[in-house]
Design a protein around this ligand. Sequence first.
Ligand code: GLU
Length: 491
Amino acid sequence: MVRVRFAPSPTGHLHIGGARTALFNYLFARKNAGKLVLRIEDTDLKRSSPELEEVIIRDLKWLGIDWDEGPIKGGEFGPYRSTDRKHIYKKYVDKLLEEGKAYYCYCTPEELEEERQRLLKEDHMPMYMGRCRNLTPEQIEAYEKEGRKPTIRFRVPENQTVIVDDLVRGRVEFESSGIGDFVIVKSDGLPVYNFAVVIDDYLMKITHIIRGEEHLSNTPRQVLIYEALGLEIPKFAHVSLILGKDRSKMSKRHGSTWVEQYRDEGYLPEAIVNFLALLGWSPEDEEEIFSMEELCERFSLERVAKNPAVFDIDKLNWMNGYYIRKSPIDYITKLAAPYLIKAGYINEQDLEERFDYVKGIVDSVREGVNVLSEIPEKAKLFFEEQIVLEGDEAKEILQMDHIPKLLDVFKEKIEQAEDIDEDFTKKVFKEIQKETGIKGKNLFMPIRILISGKTHGPELAKLMMFLDKEKILKRLDYAKNNFINLDSKRD
Ligand code: GLU
């Protein structure tokens, strides 16, 4: 059975690249009727925090990425948090020590730094040169007496080519001579990532390790540990880096990097998931819009590209706009509400008592927005007290001869209306046309400008319905007093 894992370190928020790794693991698990494990790798005690763990879990859930086993959920192969697994590794370390595949290293940080500097000066790649590789019992005793706390290093076999058969990158070879004996247990007794990850993946019966390309250089070390312990090596799939449009590594310069930021800016999880899926993976046809369900059916590692994925924010914006337009309006209204509340246009009570009214407004403006946070700006014309005439065209139109008359007739109709509903909006223009002969553009455009100040915007009927009687009358009065040159007409 396929078993994959997403193994974030809770040292930062969920990065867009991490989210893609999680998504690919999720899709692969679902596609293959396998299991996804969430493992929290909090080995870096100084930088890890339970709060960040919570943030990561919250953001994964927001994206709709669910796992089968994990820290809170539990599962057969737990615990699922590195710090809760400390007791597990000793057995494996002892085995390596006994077999001479690992050894104690007493070098101090100062000594190691000195070695590093020397190698750099001599134009060598800095790596551990094996000073403690073959210590005699006397040397060990002497170091112990000095009170030095040893680390444990893995004895890297000499002159071996380590082969990684990567499902994305193909065959990748590493020479062991470039690796240098590396630390597997720190002087405080805690295992380092490269060691713990092997034991954890082995004990959790992980079959495929799908992760970011940045871990490719760790892989030969991990493969050597699997081999030294005689454990079956899982399959690897290293997914390419995400680059900005300028082809440098995706960073803050290219836009937001955390999932949380995208959520706050008003991106929909459906859009983020769809977009992330296409950052590296591609379907067989040209299609671009996929629900999570469709992705689960279609995803395959064979179609994950080796070349880097380019993060195109314009595409994400387009996609998000698409989901805002196509998703059920109740759902979009709920997501848009916090932005309208923040802008002071509605409150929690409106949401409960006048949901249809809020929904109508969101529906009439969602056409032109890419992110939910743009909705207040678009919806402004429904809420603002004083309207502003926008552009010369609007001003010119209001100077046309028939406007004062049109305004008076329209105002009268509104005053007489019981309710500005669909029925009313259908009838009122026909009536005005019949009574005054004003029609077409001469009728609709001035009314739109009189009540909104703008020459464009949502459908006029919707605009009227959601402004409602009181606001329309107020705006007509305001327009009469401020926008229409009544004096010149009186002469
Ligand atoms: N904890 C590692 C990270 O957050 C992941 C390691 C792995 O997937 O093997 O980058």
